[in-house]
Design a protein. Structure first.
Length: 361
């Protein structure tokens, strides 16, 4: 089944050791294992590269030809336009529009979803400032991040971009030796990365949130040192932080006691961002920051990233959406086999086609 998707892992390898995109393919392969009359896919291409997406679409076309009805749920509107015979747009739990193939475009879908055409966020800063983060010279990566700068990581499935971010957050084998604002650190755990001024938004929201705990608790969890005095937590101070952050990142509904698992994907992503913005960190690591969220929430996430770097921070973004990287980043590093192969910057032109060539896709 995985061969149909052109994915050839060691079948005895534990799923936990796979990257997010690889686990997506395993989940799809498992669902393909039986003949289905109805096949429902919810954001199946999140973090997949063009090649894997094309293979999936080929498999779906074969299923449709054999009489399978397919329900395809996605916020990647180009995919909806490309494969859907009919499209239904939902907004606030109600049907906002219905169209048949040839009657809708991406622009039409955005307006139906949000009520407006939407706007892209420009690159955060044209002139980066002081050096924030640098890898040690003997490390595998030559990585230097400045204040006011967004660096993108682009690579094919298994290229190692996700591991790069995990190492920078002390969450992967092999300690990262870095300097933050000139101070050297050896990161062997997330605790050490946080103490150095680094925060991370993981590729799966379940890894960044305690889903059965409240929005309030999730925002405060990595910030208890800020509201603790002599071992006691100042709840009033915590409430002030949560209220400010929920307004700042526009978490809806404004109910701090609501469990994180009850929120939409976009609002869950905002909660993860909020807990790091509360710490006033220097470096923000983001893996697939907008996968599976609608265009309005995506624009808000981009604006928050731009605001963070505009106020002196720096961000490193790992995304399978090359158009997102081209639109958001000052520089994009193409990663192959766990190493940086080349760097493309905005000054010399940065677009999806060039990035695809650089990563070998």
């Amino acid at each position: 089944m995985l061969a149909e998707l052109d994915f050839h892992p060691d079948p005895d390898r534990r799923v936990a050791s796979l990257g997010f995109a690889e686990r997506q393919l395993v989940a799809i392969g498992r669902a393909l294992n039986h003949r289905r009359r109805i096949f429902i896919l919810d954001e199946p291409t999140a973090s997949l590269e063009k090649h894997e997406i094309e293979r999936l679409f080929s498999v779906l076309a074969g299923m449709r030809a054999r009489g399978t009805a397919i329900v395809y749920i996605s916020h990647r509107l180009d995919e909806v336009v490309a494969i859907a015979d009919r499209c239904t747009v939902l907004r606030d739990g109600r049907i906002a529009a219905r169209s048949r193939r040839g009657e809708f475009s991406i622009h039409d879908l955005v307006i139906a979803m949000t009520g407006s055409a939407g706007q892209d966020v420009a690159v955060a800063a044209a002139m980066p400032g002081e050096l924030l983060l640098s890898m040690q010279p003997d490390d595998a990566y030559d990585l230097r991040l400045h204040s006011g700068e967004i660096i993108g990581l682009a690579g094919l499935l298994g290229s190692g971009t996700e591991r790069m971010l995990r190492r920078l957050f002390g969450a992967a084998a092999g300690a990262a030796r870095i300097a933050i604002r000139g101070h050297e650190h050896r990161l062997t755990s997330p605790r050490e990365a946080m103490a150095a001024g680094i925060g991370m938004v993981p590729p799966e929201r379940a890894l960044g949130l305690v889903m059965n705990q409240s929005v309030r608790d999730n925002i405060l969890l990595p910030n208890l040192d800020m509201i603790s005095r002599r071992g006691l937590i100042d709840r009033a101070a915590g409430d002030r932080i949560v209220t400010r952050l929920m307004e700042l990142v526009d978490i809806r509904p404004r109910r701090p006691g609501l469990k994180a698992g009850a929120l939409s994907g976009g609002n869950q992503q905002k909660v993860i961002l909020a807990k790091w913005l509360a710490r006033r960190i220097d470096v923000l690591l983001l893996a697939e920051p907008t996968h599976g969220i609608d265009v309005a929430a995506k624009a808000q996430i981009h604006a928050l990233i731009a605001k963070f770097v505009g106020e002196g921070g720096g961000a490193i973004v790992d995304s399978s959406d090359l158009a997102e990287l081209a639109r958001l980043c000052n520089t994009v590093l193409a990663v192959r086999h766990g190493r940086i192969a080349t760097a493309l910057d905005r000054a010399h032109g940065l677009d999806e086609a060039k990035l695809r060539v650089a990563i070998g896709g």
